[in-house]
Design a protein around this ligand. Structure first.
Ligand SMILES: Cc1ncc(COP(=O)(O)O)c(C=O)c1O
Length: 326
């Protein structure tokens, strides 16, 4: 929310562009086209803006522009047509935490947004610390203008953070002194000159201490988490392959998803919709009956508490579940 407001304040424009299938939180400007029904989603190269919640005003269908992910040509065409209206493009560098942007797409998007004077916002709420301590931006070697991070900064506790390039961040700085004790009225900036960014949940030191402790632990252990994730991925791949079932484990770092599909690549929301959700649900439910909870139809996110024991137990349960189904 603050990242969007910051982009509006910095550019003086009042529309945001987001990608179909990307989630950026429960506020109105971006609660569109996260999981749109295909029959409402419009053409793949120029998707419709589809509201995701009751109570979101249709105003946002006009003010949120939807882009196709991993399709640079189509995204660039929409952006250049509407460059005077669009303040920023926001994206999950890895859609839903598991469908990575292709490097050429990311390089191209950075170049196009710079050329069009549109800010680039990385929503690293899922990717921050799951792809590495530098997030997706260090992996892709791309500098966004604004970065948003979430609970990972608080070691899992509720917190949000927004940061970015100095010139953009300066929109939140009082233009002149707005110190309540400053008596020189002439120096005071009016409220609308400065980006408002206060709130009941802001600035909780205990949560930030938890975040710092998490970073220190991950500095030592992140590679173990990556290794154990790889072990689980490879184990699951082998169990499916043994039965000749086409599927993919998709993801980077400590997060991935199981997609039941024979498509060569899954690069966006539309392709993901063609996978077999029915079988995936069956697997999720049967794993649950085995005492293994995987969030239904959702990603697998590993952490420092997952070790050999948990991986082996999961793979044994998986083997039994797959032998019931195939
Ligand atoms: C990519 C991404 N952005 C933002 C959010 C924050 O959403 P909210 O503030 O509604 O919890 C999430 C939450 O999971 C997320 O995954």
């Amino acid at each position: 929310m603050d990242a969007t407001r910051m982009a509006y304040a910095y550019t003086g424009k009042n529309k945001i562009a987001k990608f179909e299938g990307h989630y950026h939180g429960g506020f109105d400007q971006v609660l569109l086209s996260v999981n749109p029904p295909i029959d409402e989603a419009g053409p793949p190269h120029e998707p419709n803006a589809v509201i995701e919640s009751s109570g979101v005003d249709s105003y946002h269908e006009e003010h949120t522009v939807i882009l196709p992910f991993n399709d640079l040509e189509a995204a660039a065409e929409i952006l250049s047509k509407r460059r005077d209206e669009i303040a920023a493009v926001v994206l999950e560098p890895v859609q839903g935490g598991f469908i990575p942007a292709e490097q050429s797409f990311m390089d191209g998007l950075r170049k196009v947004t710079e050329e069009l004077d549109i800010l680039l916002i990385f929503d690293e709420v899922k990717t921050g610390f799951r792809l590495g301590l530098g997030g997706a931006q260090s992996l892709y070697e791309i500098k966004p203008d604004i970065t948003a991070l979430g609970k990972v900064v608080g070691g899992g506790f509720p917190v949000g953070m927004v940061g970015g390039k100095k010139e953009v961040m300066m929109v939140s700085s009082p233009k002149a002194s707005s110190d309540v004790f400053d008596s020189s009225q002439s120096l005071k900036s009016s409220a609308k000159d400065v980006l408002f960014h206060s709130g009941t949940y802001n600035g909780h030191p205990t949560i930030l201490a938890a975040g710092l402790a998490t970073i220190h632990r991950l500095e030592k252990e992140i590679n173990n988490v990556f290794a154990i994730t790889y072990q689980l991925k490879e184990g699951i791949n082998k169990l499916f392959a043994k039965r000749g079932v086409a599927m993919k484990t998709i993801g980077l770092g400590s997060i991935f998803n199981i997609v039941i599909t024979d498509q060569e690549k899954i690069l966006n929301y539309r392709q993901l919709q063609q996978s077999n959700f029915h079988i995936r649900k069956e697997i999720d439910f049967r794993l649950l009956c085995e005492g293994i909870y995987t969030k239904p139809l959702n990603r697998y996110s590993l952490s420092t508490v997952h070790g050999e024991k948990e991986i082996n137990r999961t793979l044994e349960a998986y083997d039994r579940v797959l032998s019931q189904l195939f």
